[in-house]
Design a protein around this ligand. Structure first.
Ligand code: UD1
Length: 379
């Protein structure tokens, strides 16, 4: 029976790529179907990442597109169900915490098809984050839970999930990073291609890379204005490259805030490909972000990261890595920037099992698990 692998939104793609490679290399062969829900559909948010990550074309695209949380989740469910009926997979593999992750898990588990959740057990303990709800529910439903850091085991235990369902494997996102790092694109080329001034990345003080897309940071005009004003202050010390998520670009325009960022100090770029982002992150003096994955990628790259959030579901990046939580506190942000520019940025170390082999561990475990499950207990 095949395994069905599900992706939906940008941060899923780098997590699934190494799993698909490990499945392909598995002996004996294990047939596999890749389903893209179409939650992200723009060339910049989807196709380009497929190319960079050498992901195979999805076998099936559900083309759900954008909608409210309820409608998007419901549409994924409605369109995913017939796929399971047609293919009767041995299990469904979901990654991360986007709406597609939750929706496909719920459909599978109700049909008695086992679900494996990769990147299980992360908790921000902030239920205002849509991803937190997706994580909690997906973990409750999943039969096999693969974790990236040891704090996840404890989070799951506290939610009553039996330890024998959980397997610590490390971080598949870092598998992708290590696999593709050698092909990272040069920041100067990336900035020029995005219509920015390439000399910004050649400044002697270096440059900072910015990404923002969390609804809590970009959906309210006052909050977005405040953050852009702080970034404008940072830009006086360090040129900034700002890769804009479509949500953020739309809101900057809608709220009329574009004038806050001085084009001679801040390059505004469209969403970037994976190899462009690896180049921009790897060469940055610092990264300012509200992304989950970038907190992990900067830790793996040893680049200081200031996270513009009040909490993180990835505490290992703070305890061992290069990450610092600065919230939406202008003083904390400026202090963080000054520390890094003064040479006191966090050095950090690479966490346990973030070694490029997490996907191999997952596929080896999942295969064993599926085989055991198919043998009736009284045999
Ligand atoms: C989703 C994930 C979030 C992840 C982020 C990465 C959920 C709840 N959120 O948020 O965890 O960090 O992806 O990008 O699943 N849009 C486009 N083109 C696209 C996709 C989206 O323009 O290809 C625009 C649309 O206006 C859409 C908005 O972005 O309404 C939001 O897209 P959506 O998929 O709902 O959530 P993200 O904010 O991208």
């Amino acid at each position: 029976k095949p395994v069905i692998c599900v992706v939906g939104a940008r941060p899923n793609f780098m997590k699934m790529a190494p799993i698909l490679r490990a499945l392909k290399a598995h002996e004996p062969p294990w047939p596999m179907l890749l389903v893209h829900t179409g939650q992200h559909y723009d060339k910049d948010m989807s196709d380009r990442l497929f190319e960079d990550l050498q992901l195979p074309r999805p076998d099936i695209n559900l083309e759900v597109g954008s909608a409210s949380h309820a409608v998007q989740t419901a549409e994924v469910m409605r369109r995913f169900e017939p796929i399971l009926d047609a293919h009767v997979p041995a299990c469904v593999v979901v990654v991360g915490d986007v709406n597609s992750t939750l929706a496909c898990s719920l459909v599978a588990v109700k049909k008695g098809i086992p679900v494996a959740h990769v990147e299980a057990g992360l908790r921000s303990y902030d239920r205002a984050m849509p991803e937190e709800i997706n994580r909690i529910l997906t973990d409750q439903m999943a039969d096999r839970l693969y974790t990236t850091e040891r704090t996840a085991q404890e989070n799951l235990r506290l939610e009553g999930i039996a330890a024998d369902r959980v397997c610590f494997v490390g971080n598949v996102m870092i598998d992708s990073l290590l696999h593709s790092r050698q092909h990272a694109r040069s920041p100067a080329d990336t900035v020029s291609a995005g219509g920015g001034d390439a000399s910004l990345v050649a400044a002697p003080e270096g440059y900072g890379l910015v990404t923002l897309h969390r609804p809590s940071n970009v959906d309210e005009p006052e909050t977005l204005r405040f953050l852009l004003e702080v970034l404008a202050q940072v830009a006086q010390k360090l040129p900034l490259i700002f890769a804009l998520h479509p949500r953020t670009r739309a809101n900057i325009e809608r709220f009329g805030l574009g004038h806050l960022l001085d084009a001679t100090r801040v390059a505004l770029l469209p969403p970037q490909g994976y190899l462009e982002m690896l180049g921009l992150m790897g060469n940055a003096r610092m990264v300012l972000t509200d992304s989950g994955g970038i907190q992990e990628e900067t830790t793996a790259l040893g680049v200081p990261c200031l996270t513009l959030r009040e909490n993180t579901e990835r505490p290992i990046t703070i305890e061992q890595g290069t990450n610092t939580l600065v919230g939406r506190d202008a003083q904390a942000i400026m202090r963080g920037v000054d520390d890094i520019l003064g040479g006191h940025g966090k050095q950090g170390r690479v966490p346990e099992f973030w070694d490029g082999r997490s996907a191999e561990r997952i596929v080896a475990d999942l295969w064993q698990w599926v085989q055991r499950r198919q043998i009736p207990a009284d045999n």
